[in-house]
Design a protein around this ligand. Structure first.
Ligand code: EPZ
Length: 415
């Protein structure tokens, strides 16, 4: 079993180039199902989740070819609108093929995603939206079986804000008859990136990035040539890496405007943050101040950055309260951080973090993607050698993270 070994205590110095956004690339790859022909999607990070998504698309008869950071998709041969359990269970984002398949083929058979470490994560809202668009949706033997002769535009209200739910319905609505309004839509930047890709294909979409999105259905779309936006969560993770190691990092090829909430909190914690165009210069300080965090849908503090900022708060000179409002079980990193000497009490959706002088390195285990990032950040700051196991979680969402960190002076290697 591969592990990551970190000898902590080094200040990070240097620069890092941010990769393409995983959570924009995945829905944009799914959009390649909406019309035949060669789509070229650029700046796609080399991640396990992208590889898995490729296998799901190939399994349906879509070609999927990587040329460095470009992916060429051709769904002309799309024949089998099915996403099997053995692939879907390893990556819930597979549910993103549902809307495009029903819109393109009039049918889909997609495995229910099953459970997840961070919460139940049902897809009831995805299915409600498809039914509102006129699809028949059944659950049979653990699979969603959806069919529709022709989707018709509808007014859809999400009572819970859902990122992939908004993306699924937005994609399906591009080929529906008439106008679709999505109310209480997710506002994450990845939604706007997907909408821009769909518009590049000839879709008619307004309001992506706001809570009301209007889609005018069209009869057909054309293949896209699109560059995926930088990953705001990878960016945020490196911002914390500079702050927690009292280092100085220049983060390049990022989109600072996507990180207002994260940068505000890191500055409140005492780090210096200088934004110049598409770069962020973060300078850590020896004193880390405690901050209170409440995760919210965008533009609030992102749940995908909660574990990372918790690592920083374990070394603050005071007490921080972290409230996770999006997922019901996203504190699995707490037990591992406590093994490293952190003083954290987690109760339900709230964690109380009392800062300690220092963390002590220990063998720890990654439990989900962002928890593994928080353990790396803690290992960079801890005295001694931290060994992190189950790092397959990390490879789902971070491209070459140990190379990027060691290029800035971290003593980190994959064993
Ligand atoms: C997306 O997941 C991201 N994944 C997640 O990132 C991210 O944590 C999450 O949004 C929240 O920002 C991708 O974009 C591929 P949701 P998603 O639907 O769409 C409830 C990472 O680390 N809900 O916005 O699955 C749900 O249970 C991953 O990269 C329903 O009740 O999240 C949750 O409590 C982890 N019914 C809340 O809504 C539904 O039908 C938000 O979930 C759908 C969601």
């Amino acid at each position: 079993m591969k592990t990551i070994v970190i000898n902590g205590g080094k200040k990070l110095r240097g620069e890092v180039v941010i990769s393409g956004a995983k959570n924009a690339a995945l829905p944009i790859l799914a959009a390649g199902l909406l019309c035949a022909g060669k789509h070229r999607i650029s700046n796609v990070p080399r991640l396990a989740d992208v590889t898995t998504f490729g296998r799901i698309l190939q399994n349906m008869g879509t070609s999927f070819e990587r040329q460095d950071h470009d992916i060429i998709i051709d769904s002309t041969g799309l024949a089998n609108p099915e996403a099997p359990y053995d692939l879907v269970r390893t990556m819930r984002a597979s549910v993103l093929v549902l809307g495009p398949l029903v819109a393109r083929m009039g049918k889909a058979r997609v495995s229910l995603p099953g459970g997840c470490a961070i919460g139940a994560r049902p897809i009831n809202l995805h299915l409600m939206g498809l039914e509102k668009l006129g699809a028949t949706v059944e659950i049979e033997h653990g699979y969603v079986v959806a069919s529709a002769k022709k989707l018709r535009g509808a007014h859809i209200y999400f009572d819970t804000i859902t990122v992939t739910g908004t993306e699924n319905i937005m994609m399906a609505a591009t080929l529906a008859e008439g106008e679709t309004t999505i109310e209480n839509a997710a506002r994450e930047p990845e939604i706007a990136d997907l909408a821009n890709a769909l518009i590049r294909m000839g879709a008619k979409i307004e309001g992506a990035g706001t809570d009301v999105i209007k889609i005018q259905g069209v009869t057909s779309l054309q293949p896209m040539d699109y560059i995926v936006m930088p990953d705001r969560i990878e960016t945020g993770t490196f911002v914390i890496a500079a702050a927690i190691t009292n280092g100085s990092i220049l983060i390049k090829n990022c989109f600072p405007g996507h990180l207002d909430a994260v940068l505000a909190k890191v500055k409140e914690a005492g780090a210096e943050v200088v934004i110049t165009g598409n770069t962020i210069h973060v300078i850590g300080k020896s004193q880390i101040r405690p901050v209170n965090i409440k995760t919210l849908e965008y533009p609030g503090f992102p749940t995908d950055m909660q574990a990372q900022i918790m690592s920083l708060m374990t070394l603050a000179d005071g007490t921080s309260v972290i409230n996770e409002t999006i997922f019901e079980n996203r504190f699995t990193h707490v037990a591992e951080l406590r093994r490293m000497g952190a003083d954290i009490e987690a109760e339900g959706r709230t964690a109380i973090v009392k800062g300690v002088q220092k963390l002590s390195a220990a063998p720890v285990m990654a439990t989900d993607l962002r928890a593994s990032a928080s353990l790396i950040l803690a290992g960079l700051a801890a005295e001694g050698q931290t060994v992190i196991s189950r790092i397959y979680h990390l490879d789902r969402g971070y491209e070459n993270i140990e190379q990027k960190l060691s290029a800035m002076g971290a003593d980190i290697k994959r064993v």
